[in-house]
Design a protein around this ligand. Sequence first.
Ligand SMILES: NC(=O)c1ccc[n+]([C@@H]2O[C@H](COP(=O)([O-])OP(=O)(O)OC[C@H]3O[C@@H](n4cnc5c(N)ncnc54)[C@H](OP(=O)(O)O)[C@@H]3O)[C@@H](O)[C@H]2O)c1
Length: 245
Amino acid sequence: MRFSGKTVVVLGGNSGIGLAAAKAFQAEGARVAVTGRNEATLAAVAAEHGLLALRADVADVAATRSALQRIQQELGNIDVLFANAGVGGFATMDQVTESFWDEVHSVNLRGIFFAVQSAAPLMNDGGAVVITGSIGSVLPLAGNAVYAAAKAGLRAAARILGVELLPRKIRVNLMSPGPTDTEIFRRDTTPEQQAAMLEMMRNNVPMKRVAEPEEMARAVLFLASSDASYINGVDLFVDGGCVEL
Ligand SMILES: NC(=O)c1ccc[n+]([C@@H]2O[C@H](COP(=O)([O-])OP(=O)(O)OC[C@H]3O[C@@H](n4cnc5c(N)ncnc54)[C@H](OP(=O)(O)O)[C@@H]3O)[C@@H](O)[C@H]2O)c1
């Protein structure tokens, strides 16, 4: 019950890693609010788990700020912000369009930055911010330049946010997943493409398997908890050895 009496916000908490983390935070005593875009999965999360679930596109800075303010009004000052919302997408250099670049960066980098900016005044001193990065930010995978640049930018920004939040004793860390079996690979793809993608990822991981979202959630809860009280500014790769082995 590491989060008993705490208020936790999961941006992008109605699917995949975010949903696994939201459930785990709740199981450890937190009051949890999630945001996302999909009305149906938000409603399902609210109904099944009793979480406060709000629709807010993270690319819409004002909408996300309003959602965070409403969460603070309903659940109290925020202790943990898990800034997890993100979109995927592969395109080789010749395929990249300006709209594709803007779509990915408006969510994965710009949106997350402004969400942390909006949440900070609503947080208790001594709280924690965990941001979902990606091993893509350091591994040179063909077709991943746009996503990688956004996540690498997030990593750079997070370190500086961590410095700026030092006076308030709010720690800022990244949790960077390796290949994890979530909806991100099932959006806009055929079952055949999904199977091929999972097989390719499995083969590329030193541990020869993809992760379950709960394995990411456990790392997020660790970084957000007092177990990680002296950990600040790190980018924790939870990746079956992809980066280091
Ligand atoms: N799965 C992996 O292998 C992997 C690897 C490295 C990094 N990541 C990162 O992990 C994070 C979570 O992804 P996932 O794998 O759990 O995929 P997922 O199941 O597709 O979940 C993505 C979450 O982000 C939300 N989201 C996306 N765009 C949003 C927007 N514009 N505004 C608000 N919420 C938005 C989604 O909500 P809606 O469904 O309502 O849109 C959903 O809750 C992402 O940041 C992703 O980049 C994943």
